[in-house]
Design a protein around this ligand. Structure first.
Ligand SMILES: [Mn+2]
Length: 333
């Protein structure tokens, strides 16, 4: 049996916004007492100041530089910057210092210990409720192997991905998943995507207490919901599909374990405008300003979406009728 020290949870942050998500995820894994190593893969877009925060939570901060890799050049993929994030995720197969890994998206949150996942084999994942013959690639068990990585890269350059992301690619590559081995189907409680909250509400109510990993899919992420420092509560944005209790769990970890470790002076120069800058200064008592968090609440949350959303994913349909559609239109063009 493999040693626990040789197994790791792996996540990915391609910018400072997703660093916040990965920090909360890492803290959530620590809180449930995982015995496994924690690894975060980052790209050069992640600012230096945040790397210290990551090193305090993760055992291994692994910088991946896809665009300079020979694989990427050889495959003549440089003309497809849209696949950048997809291919960056594939780097997780190169972490061969670990015998087995569980990949978790940075928009997931672990609610109960899930170390038993390491008993599963590659490629184990939970069904995606949107098309249950596909697995959702936000949580999967895999075995690092450089040959698998190269094979995936070759496959991607010839077959591509049917949804523009890693999920379409991985489902095409591991195409026996729906039928071959039921042991590779993880129970849904290991990757409860937010759309299930409203598509099958009675089941959600019945089994909610069993949920081990929640996955905040969709255009709105946990850090974009309004939060009040005075009441210490998050108010879910309408139509985000996110559950208030799970969102509160995310914010409780952020405010108690992540945000207090941000150093406003260290982050000042590198802090991007908008969301992260707001988050970093929330509740800090500098300049006699204790109202920062409530000020944040008053800002239109969609302002923060502009840097991270592909323009074709603008969620025009679910926006509340508060004039935001006009704003989004403005930001989009
Ligand atoms: Mn995700």
């Amino acid at each position: 049996m493999a040693q626990s020290g040789n197994e790791a949870f792996v996540t990915l942050a391609t910018n400072d916004t997703y660093v916040v998500g990965s920090l909360v995820l890492g803290e959530s894994l620590r809180r449930v007492g995982t015995q496994k190593k924690l690894v975060v893969m980052i790209t050069k877009e992640v600012s230096e100041a945040f790397r210290n925060n990551l090193q305090n939570v993760f055992d291994d901060v692994h910088v991946v530089d896809l665009l300079s890799s020979e694989d990427f050049k050889n495959l003549q993929l440089l003309g497809r910057p849209d696949l950048h994030v997809t291919f960056t995720k594939l780097h997780c197969w190169n972490l061969t210092q670990y015998s087995k890994c569980v990949f978790l998206d940075a928009d997931t949150l672990v609610l109960q210990n899930v170390d038993e996942l390491f008993e599963k084999e590659e490629l184990s994942a939970a069904p995606d409720p949107g098309w249950p013959d596909c697995f959702n690639s936000g949580v999967f068990v895999y075995t690092p192997n450089v040959e698998t990585y190269k094979s995936l890269m070759r496959f991607a350059s010839t077959q591509g991905t049917f949804d523009g992301g890693d999920q379409g690619l991985l489902n095409l590559y591991f195409n026996e998943w729906p039928t071959k081995d039921i042991k590779k189907h993880l129970p849904f409680i290991y990757n409860v995507v937010s759309q299930a909250f409203y598509s099958y509400l009675p089941a959600f109510r019945q089994f909610k207490q069993n949920v081990k990993i929640v996955h905040f899919i969709g255009a709105i992420k946990p850090w974009q919901h309004p939060y009040s420092s005075s009441t210490r509560t998050v108010t879910p944005l309408p139509h985000s599909g996110h559950d208030a209790e799970f969102l509160q769990r995310w914010w409780d970890i952020f405010t108690s374990s992540v945000q207090p470790k941000f150093d406003p002076s260290a982050h000042l120069d590198s802090m991007p405008e908008g969301l992260i800058g707001q988050l970093a200064s929330l509740g800090f008592d500098h300049d006699g300003n204790r109202a920062a968090m409530d000020d944040f609440q008053k800002l239109p949350p969609l302002l923060f979406l502009s840097p991270i959303l592909p323009s074709n994913l603008w969620p025009l349909d679910f926006l509340p009728d508060l004039g935001f559609k006009t704003l989004v239109h403005f930001l989009k063009y």
